[in-house]
Design a protein around this ligand. Structure first.
Ligand SMILES: [Zn+2]
Length: 251
């Protein structure tokens, strides 16, 4: 039996019975605390690294954690953002890039995408970030350029987010916060964008100084979860329903 299928059986027999009440509560609706936009990369597990439960994150994933700027053309990301903010009223949006990102590697080397025309076209949404890095950081190594691009791409996609009408409205009303994060696959580290310095710093360092950093604040609890995940074994967050882990194939 493929691991994916075996995981579903294990979930039904061992995980679900212990948490039946939570799942039954979820049938009443959802009130996620964040729209979490990240890469499709199988090594990134949003619920594991934030130690969140079903119902707490409204997750959108694509190659390169891209947010196309708003246009009159309807796309999947546009509809998901509209629903998350316009209907679900999520109070936080996180754009989360990650280390060793294949999409950003491709964006930095577009010739390598010659046989992937849709990927090539999709990653054009990151081109402004690529051009910043190729100009500003031209003396750096390819490895360091990739690191800078992953960060610049998060900044660029946050800019694109602000062009979506419901996001713009929520920002004007002060009912939503935007966060830019970069997750390190190898170390479990999470860095967050400090807009005042235009630099990425450890989440606990950045959010500890914020006036809204109350114990029940999502960004604080997520920051704590990220710190705890880096320090020790993870809890029951990731791989809940298929019992798969980050990077494992699900075919
Ligand atoms: Zn990626």
């Amino acid at each position: 039996m493929p691991k994916l299928t075996a995981g579903v059986v294990k979930f039904q027999r061992e995980v679900y019975p212990d948490r039946r009440a939570m799942f039954e509560t979820l049938t009443q609706g959802q009130k996620p605390e964040a729209l979490f936009i990240t890469c499709s990369d199988s090594r990134v597990d949003p619920t594991m690294v934030t130690q969140t439960e079903p119902g707490e994150l409204f997750i959108c994933r694509n190659a390169g954690n891209i947010v196309p700027p708003h246009t009159t053309h309807t796309g999947a990301m546009t509809a998901a953002i509209e629903y998350a903010i316009g209907a679900l009223k999520v109070p936080h949006i996180v754009v989360c890039g990650h280390s060793q990102c294949g999409a950003m590697t491709g964006a930095l080397n577009p010739d390598s995408l010659a046989d992937l025309p849709h990927t090539h076209e999709w990653l054009d949404y990151a081109r402004a970030a690529v051009q910043i890095v190729q100009t500003r950081d031209r003396e750096l190594s390819q490895e360091e350029k990739l690191k800078r691009l992953i960060e610049e791409n998060v900044i660029l996609q946050l800019t694109h987010l602000r062009s979506h009408p419901y996001v713009a409205q929520a920002l004007a009303e002060g009912t939503v916060t935007l966060r830019g994060w970069v997750y390190d696959i190898g170390t479990g580290g999470m860095h967050a964008l400090d807009e005042s310095r235009r630099a990425f710093v450890p989440v606990d360092e950045l959010y500890s100084d914020l006036p809204d950093a109350q114990p029940d604040n999502l960004t604080t609890s997520m920051a704590k979860a990220v710190r705890d995940a880096a320090a020790g074994p993870v809890g029951p967050g990731g791989g809940c329903c298929t019992n798969t882990g980050p990077g494992q194939e699900v075919t």
